[in-house]
Structure formats: structure tokens, C-alpha cells
Write a protein that binds this ligand. Structure first.
Ligand code: TEU
Ligand code: CA
Length: 550
């Protein structure tokens, strides 16, 4: 059995990782070339975002051919070499499966457009409400109405994401069969992990206008979702106990996650949920500028920790991925306390109950991109919203400010390998700009410095291996209302772990009332530390991990 509770996953966005042929795009050979670096971090799995044949409208989340590698990333031989080389280092691969939708270039959709009824039923088509009026008022996640008119049929197809990403019709048994074939194909290549993209959106409910929101309540955690996941599990990855799975759950509810990731539900190993990463939104509205709400961040993470544990369900825990701004820019400090805050944020995540995910560059304390002009942005979502915000009357410079804060491109600038040209990412012209700070924030300097963010992340990964309490312990929230402190306790058999963090760039005191006899510090981002008599005195962004064995 794969012990995913003792494992750590490292996420790679291949396009921005390492380019070996100078075309400005990262590639599979680039991942192989850097395996020793990844090994050094100590992780168990590499999750790679999609590298299948794709027109790249959404950087590979628009799949044209599930069975082949996009030539921009390499060949099937490159993939096999990567898998073999990773295997030699004890690292397993997790592939990213996008089954809510395909690209409009996918042969299924092409046949549908050509009028082949079999394939037309692979997608979701509806008549308009009236001439020129789409079937429902649902909004696409990337802006605008979620339906696209096709004159030939006088019908609309559903696309919850870009217009080039038509949603698949999972209620059609033929679609589910084809999807199972794809998974079995990659299982045959020795793949031991799968991440399922927006998998909780696959079962659509009623096609009705939404007068209270953007339509998501009609297709999120939909009517047959658990049935479809159980079927997928039974028919594919469930036959191999070594395979781990994680579902990306968009706007989900905890009640549904108890089942998606429940120990005995026969669905998935774990889930990504995003509520804790909306604490700098206004409700569901991302394209605003509001300070993040620390109390809300704690409340959400604590309630998920408790709820999932009570229901014997498992979380994936994370701050960063290719859709999120960099966490140091978001909740930490880009200036004086960059290193301390990066380490503190890492500590908070890695000691929680759940499997931690590290996104490329997070282990260096990388920051948001520092783009100053909209022409530097690449992401379809950012470009759409830059336009939409202005259509709603916002001044261009204010729209740009919001893009700078929330754009997914913040996490997509090239990995910073060296202080040299293009951060050592490519010898050509990178597909997206390199951060100006790569002279000081890069792998070379991190590896040379014994006290770097990288060296600290190494220790975090190792903590999970060395201490069972980190992997398996129960969770208890502490200091729940403290305005600066993020603290919790983990317990397992005769082991106890206290994790105390100052989330701010100024000193913090916390009178814990705890008897700390027998506790020793096993990790921290400063020398020493003060907790006499249970009174914690923390320095800016200080983290303390205390441990005792009875
Ligand atoms: O993302 C799902 C998703 O809805 C969000 O992360 C989205 O990017 C954000 O909420 C928009 O504000 C997944 C992938 O991770 C993402 O890269 C893809 O673009 C998306 O699905 C479509 O496949
Ligand atoms: Ca390349």
C-alpha cells in the first residue's frame, strides 16, 4: 500500500521548469535533468501538470490527444526515460488528468462538429432560450457566458472554462468508457499517481438559470458525482493499491469531501479544496483588491482539519500551485522577512494533518511576478478579466493592479535556477518573463546557504518521515482567536507535537496556559526561542515546532 500519509508531493509545471533545447519552453528532458535536485528535497512523488498534445490555449488543460505527448514537451521516449530515471531515485510520477472537458481540437469534438451523432453526445448541447439567448445564464470560470453557439446545429455547447474547452457529457456511458481507457493506458506506463482536474464538476444537474450566483450550484458536487468516482476507482486505479489519487475540488463542500476522500468510500485518496485560498476575495469574487482575513484563514483551515479527521477523510494541504499567487507575496513578506516568512508558511502547511504539496519554486521562497504591463501576461484568464474589468468601467491601471495581485501567471514565471541570464531556465527566449529578483532568489544560492528556505523545506519533508505524529497524529486547534498566532497540537500514541507560528512581521506574545515540561524544539526558523512557563514570545514570522514523547 502506498503510504500517502508519509509522502510529500512536488508539483512541476513543465512549461516553466527547465528548457533543454532552447525554444523557451520547459520540457520533459528538463525534468529528467533536474531529478537529482528534486531528490535532494526528499519528496516521494512528482505531480506534472498536463503535457499531452494540446493547442495550449489553457497551457495543456485543453487536451487534444490523451495518448500522446505534446511535441513541445518531447516524445513518449522522453516520458519513459523520465519515469525510469525517477524510479531509480525512488520518486513516483503523478499525472494530471483533465476529464471535465477536452480541447475543441480533440478528435471527439471535431467529429461532433462534423455531425457524428455518437461524438456529439460526448458533449453537452442545448437549445437557446430564444434566438440569441443562451440556454442558461451560467458564467464561464474564465469570464463571459458558459455557452457557445454553433450555427450548424442551432444549439449551444457548454464550456465551464474557455470557449475552446467544451465540457464532456459524463452521463454518457461511452464517455466514461473512453476515460477509463485513458487511465489504464497510463497505468500501463507505470504511473503511480493521478490528479484529477476539477473532477467535482463532471456531473451536471439541472440546466436552469441561476438567480443567486454564476450557476456553480447546478454543476458542483453534482447528482451522480460519487457514483462516477466509485466506478472510476473500481474500473481503473482501484485495482492497484500502490496508486494514489487526488481530486481537485472546485467550490466544494466539506460534506462531499468526507466521501471523495473518505477512508472507506472507494473514491479518491485525498482532495484539494480552495476555501482557505479565497480569504483575499470578496465572497466568490476574485478580481478585487482586499486585504486577506487572517481569522478567516485560520477558521477555514481549522474546520477542515477537524471535520476531515472526524470523518476519517484525508486532505491534501498546500498554499501554492500553478493557479495561485506565490504564498510569500500573499501572506508573508517580500522584503526584510522573506526567508523567515517563507519558512513559517512552510511550517504551517507541513505539520498539518494531510499530504503536503510543494509547488516548484516555493522551496526557494519565490515571489509573485513583477510584470508592469499587460503585454507581459500570458494566461487566458488574466487577459479575459483585464478586458472584462475595463468593460465594467474600471480604469486600465486599476485593472492591471488587480491582475498583478491575483493572476495565475504569478506562479508561472520560470523556475529560478541560477543568478545568470533567464535565471538559467533557457538559453532562448522564455515563453513568459523571468522575475527580476532571480539574481538573488535562485537554486544556486539556496543550495550554497545552509540556512536557506530550500534547506528548511528539506527538514520539513524529513520531519514527516522521522516523526509518526506528523504523518498520522490527531489535530487540535490552539489560540483560535489570537490575532497573530497560528498554533495547533498533534498527538499520536505517546508522541505530542506543538506547532506555533507568528503570522506577522512584528513580535507576538501568547500565553498558552500549556504545561510544556519535557518538550524540546525540533525545528524553527530562528536560533533559540522563548516559551518559559508556556508563555511564547515570538519574533517576526517565527515558527517553533516542539516535540515530546511520554
Ligand atoms: O483549475 C480549476 C479552477 O477552477 C481554478 O483553479 C481556476 O484556475 C481559478 O479558480 C480561476 O479563478 C484547474 C486547473 O488547475 C487550471 O489550471 C485549469 O485552467 C482549469 O482547471 C481548467 O482545466
Ligand atoms: Ca524546450
Amino acid at each position: 500500500m502506498a503510504d500517502f500519509k508519509k509522502s510529500v508531493v512536488y508539483q512541476i509545471y513543465p512549461k516553466s521548469f527547465y528548457d533543454t533545447n532552447g525554444d523557451g519552453l520547459g520540457d520533459l528532458k528538463g525534468v529528467t535533468a533536474k531529478l537529482d535536485y528534486i531528490k535532494e528535497l526528499g519528496v516521494d512523488y512528482i505531480w506534472m501538470t498536463p503535457f499531452f498534445v494540446s493547442p495550449q490555449k489553457d497551457n495543456g488543460y485543453d487536451v487534444e490527444d490523451y495518448y500522446n505527448i505534446d511535441p513541445r514537451y518531447g516524445t513518449m521516449e522522453d516520458f519513459e526515460e523520465l519515469a525510469a530515471e525517477a524510479g531509480k531515485r525512488g520518486i513516483k510520477l503523478m499525472l494530471d488528468m483533465v476529464f471535465n472537458h477536452t480541447s475543441d481540437r480533440n478528435q471527439w469534438f471535431q467529429k461532433a462538429l462534423a455531425g457524428d451523432e455518437k461524438y456529439k453526445n460526448f458533449y453537452i448541447w442545448k437549445k437557446g432560450k430564444a434566438p440569441g439567448v443562451p440556454p442558461t445564464n451560467w458564467e464561464s470560470k474564465f469570464g463571459g457566458n458558459a455557452w457557445q453557439y454553433v450555427e450548424k446545429f442551432d444549439e449551444y455547447y457548454l464550456h465551464l472554462f474557455d470557449v475552446s474547452q467544451p465540457d464532456l457529457n459524463w452521463d454518457n456511458e461511452e464517455v466514461r468508457k473512453e476515460i477509463r481507457k485513458v487511465i489504464r493506458f497510463w497505468m500501463g506506463k507505470g504511473v503511480k499517481g493521478f490528479r484529477f482536474d476539477v473532477i467535482n464538476l463532471i456531473s451536471k444537474g439541472a440546466f436552469e438559470d441561476d438567480y443567486e450566483g454564476d450557476g456553480r450550484r447546478f454543476y458542483t458536487d453534482g447528482p451522480n458525482i460519487h457514483k462516477y468516482l466509485q466506478e472510476l476507482n473500481r474500473e481503473t486505479f482501484g485495482t492497484d493499491a500502490e496508486i494514489i489519487t487526488v481530486g481537485e475540488m472546485s467550490s466544494t463542500s466539506m460534506e462531499n469531501c468526507f466521501r471523495y476522500a473518505g477512508e472507506d468510500s472507494g473514491e479518491l485518496s485525498m482532495v484539494f479544496s480552495f476555501h482557505h485560498l479565497k480569504v483575499d476575495f470578496m465572497g466568490n469574487e476574485k478580481w478585487v483588491m482586499v486585504p486577506y482575513d487572517f481569522q478567516k484563514l485560520k477558521d477555514i483551515l481549522f474546520s477542515w482539519q477537524k471535520g476531515m479527521a472526524e470523518h476519517r477523510a484525508w486532505n491534501a494541504v498546500f498554499w501554492c500551485n500553478h493557479d495561485q499567487p506565490r504564498v510569500v507575496s500573499r501572506f508573508g513578506d517580500e522584503g526584510t522577512f522573506r526567508k523567515q516568512s517563507a519558512k513559517m508558511l512552510g511550517t504551517v502547511i507541513h505539520c498539518l494533518r494531510g499530504t503536503p504539496y510543494i509547488y516548484q519554486g516555493e522551496e526557494l521562497g519565490m515571489l509573485n511576478c513583477d510584470f508592469e504591463d499587460i503585454s507581459q501576461y500570458r494566461d487566458v484568464e488574466s487577459l479575459n478579466y483585464y478586458r472584462i474589468l475595463q468593460e465594467k468601467g474600471m480604469a486600465a491601471k486599476d485593472a492591471l493592479r488587480i491582475i498583478q495581485i491575483h493572476s495565475r501567471d504569478n506562479g508561472r514565471t520560470p523556475m529560478q535556477w541560477t543568478g545568470g541570464e533567464n535565471a538559467g531556465f533557457t538559453t532562448g527566449t522564455p515563453w513568459i518573463g523571468v522575475s527580476r529578483n532571480s539574481g538573488s532568489i535562485n537554486v544556486e544560492t539556496e543550495l550554497a546557504d545552509g540556512d536557506s528556505v530550500f534547506r528548511y523545506y528539506q527538514k520539513l519533508v524529513k520531519l514527516r518521515k522521522d516523526y509518526d505524529v506528523v504523518a498520522y497524529g490527531d489535530f487540535e486547534a490552539l489560540a483560535e482567536r489570537h490575532p497573530q498566532i497560528f498554533a495547533y497540537r498533534r498527538t499520536w500514541k505517546d508522541e505530542e507535537l506543538l506547532v506555533v507560528n507568528n503570522f506577522y512581521g512584528r513580535d507576538a506574545s501568547w500565553n498558552s496556559g500549556l504545561d510544556l515540561t519535557g518538550f524540546e524544539k525540533i525545528l524553527g526558523n530562528y536560533d533559540g526561542g522563548t516559551w518559559e512557563g508556556g508563555n511564547f514570545e515570538l519574533r517576526p514570522f517565527e515558527s517553533l515546532v516542539l516535540y515530546r514523547k511520554k
